[in-house]
Design a protein around this ligand. Structure first.
Ligand SMILES: Cc1cc2nc3c(=O)[nH]c(=O)nc-3n(C[C@H](O)[C@H](O)[C@H](O)COP(=O)(O)OP(=O)(O)OC[C@H]3O[C@@H](n4cnc5c(N)ncnc54)[C@H](O)[C@@H]3O)c2cc1C
Length: 490
């Protein structure tokens, strides 16, 4: 276990009864969870090797309740960890023991659908998949499609700037959000952006998307919905060498071809996912690409022909087109279940570095070298088209030494991503997992500029306070803020 959690503050814990009583006034009924066995359901997220039972959990149903909760916690200096579905792989939603977990899962309604403007306004606790489900009958969809889309909320997607297999063509969450309702830590309700493609003033949507629950709590989101394509066809390309697959991706992108998705799996991942999904993946190859094209049949044929020509120059061994909706569903089921399927064979940590696509071949070889150096196994499955890597480093959670080795291997992989010009996270966020690696990418001046933004919106640092920034990152108090904002020791 290499990540330090802050010690709970005794002054906050001492107020527990008072906090619970006030929260019950704000959210009557069953919206406040105080019993320990029930709070345990909120002790971790998808970074399951770390857990802390929160002081109390509150599940508001309206923006006004969220505002009251934040106003009270700000006044009392009580930490607040916002939570959607708790699927963060970076430990973004893991609470601390002196925190109120503010879950938005009950706020899950569609508020407005506007096909003429191609927008939908939803409460932030709605799941990603439910948004597309709401407009599918009219031939529309919401594009960013994290593999966790059945469970994860748009609130979590906004906070982590989530992506998915189809973001190569359509962009990630930041590219598909037009408006937000944000409650500030002082309990003010702010409307940012709106229904139009652009809005005046600073790009505050750009600031809030990806801010990991540290700048305010999002209660409503206006998303772009898009018209579904006439057709879509995934094709499997199998290679004898991982370098051939990497060079194929680089050449497709370099030729200006943008398929909807280019997903990569290595041999380990292919075997694990095929055993789970029976998708017809080739088992006699070292690497596989799932490349999906869309449009009319003629468009798909033309784009595929260009892709096949490129793949052949890299000695592609297997080319297998989906011939039916059932085959297409199985191909995507295999890919989207990759994390769950890997969980059937081993414990794993899922890394999330991003690199320039041209560096793929050498980085894949580097990952292999790093993981073997620790005596571990890795399954590589990732969004190759936009260079967003997800090496799944496998270990045994009952062997603490092996867990430390896996975490070190993961850190080395992320360092490699930064060294080749990439970054620490593509879509899962920094959370607690990569917090202490931030200095690999940012110097103190960079970090100070970022913590100034945090201090401006959250002067007491109570919103998800122990995440994203190393605990000793430079920060300075703003005029009017407490001389030394409360800082929690590791
Ligand atoms: C099997 C699996 C597959 C996954 N696949 C993908 C993938 O393909 N692409 C991808 O990008 N991610 C993926 N993820 C990661 C995860 O699903 C995303 O990060 C998702 O956006 C988290 O949403 P959530 O509702 O679970 O948020 P949570 O985990 O509850 O919270 C995530 C962050 O959002 C903050 N937050 C929550 N609600 C609010 C709010 N109302 N206001 C402000 N901040 C808030 C939290 O404080 C936390 O920092 C996957 C996870 C799993 C387990």
């Amino acid at each position: 276990m290499t990540i330090a959690f802050p010690e709970p503050r005794p002054d906050v814990l001492a107020k527990r009864d008072e906090v619970i009583a006030r929260l019950r006034q704000i959210v009557p009924g069953e919206g406040v969870i105080s019993e320990e066995n029930e709070r345990r359901a909120f002790e971790t997220d998808a970074l399951t090797s770390y857990r802390r039972v929160p002081m109390v959990v509150v599940l508001p149903e309206t923006t006004e309740q969220v505002a009251e909760i934040l106003r009270f916690c700000h006044q009392e200096g009580v930490p607040v960890v916002a939570r959607g579905a708790g699927t963060s792989l970076a430990g973004g939603a893991i609470p601390q023991e002196d925190a109120v977990v503010l879950g938005v899962a009950k706020m899950n309604q569609v508020l407005e659908t506007n096909f003429a403007d191609r927008t939908m306004r939803v409460q932030s606790g709605i799941t990603n998949l439910a948004i597309s489900g709401e407009v599918a009958h009219a031939g529309f969809f919401y594009a960013p499609d994290p593999s966790s889309q059945l469970a994860c909320t748009i609130a979590g997607n906004v906070a982590m700037n989530s992506g998915g297999a189809h973001c190569l063509k359509y962009g990630v969450t930041a590219n598909n959000i037009l408006g937000l309702k944000l409650v500030t830590v002082e309990g003010e309700v702010v409307d940012i952006g709106g229904e139009a493609l652009d809005s005046g003033g600073y790009d505050l949507i750009g600031l809030i998307v990806g801010s990991e629950g540290q700048l305010g709590v999002v209660t409503e989101v206006t998303v772009r919905i898009l018209r579904s394509a006439e057709g879509a066809r995934p094709v499997l390309f199998g290679f004898d060498e991982i370098g051939q697959a990497g060079r194929t991706v680089a050449d497709i992108i370099g030729a200006g071809i943008i398929p909807v998705a280019i997903e990569y799996m290595d041999k380990q991942a292919i075997e694990i996912c095929e055993a789970f999904a029976h998708a017809g993946y080739p088992l006699d190859v070292e690497a596989m690409l799932i490349i999906e094209v869309e449009g009319s049949d003629a468009e798909m044929d033309a784009t595929l022909a260009r892709i096949v020509t490129i793949a052949k120059t890299h000695d592609v061994k297997v080319i297998k087109e989906s011939k039916s909706a059932m085959e297409t569903a199985a191909i995507w089921k295999g890919r989207k279940s990759a994390f769950g399927a890997t969980g059937r064979v081993a414990d794993y940590i899922c890394m999330d570095g991003t690199i320039p696509t041209g560096r793929l071949p050498e980085v894949l070889e580097g990952i292999d070298r790093i993981v073997k150096g620790y005596g571990l196994r890795v399954a590589n499955v990732f969004h190759a088209g936009d260079g967003n890597l997800h090496p799944l480093v496998m270990f045994n959670v009952n062997d603490p030494e092996e867990q430390v080795k896996a975490e070190h291997a993961g850190e080395d992989i992320l360092r490699l991503c930064v060294q080749v010009g990439g970054c620490l996270t593509g879509e899962h966020g920094v959370g607690i997992e990569k917090r202490d690696l931030m200095r690999e990418q940012f110097n103190d001046t960079d970090l100070l500029q970022q913590t100034r933004i945090k201090s401006a919106l959250d002067p007491k640092w109570i919103l998800n306070p122990a995440k994203v920034f190393p605990l000793d990152a430079p920060r300075e108090p703003l005029p009017g803020a407490p001389a030394e904002p409360p800082r929690q020791a590791a």
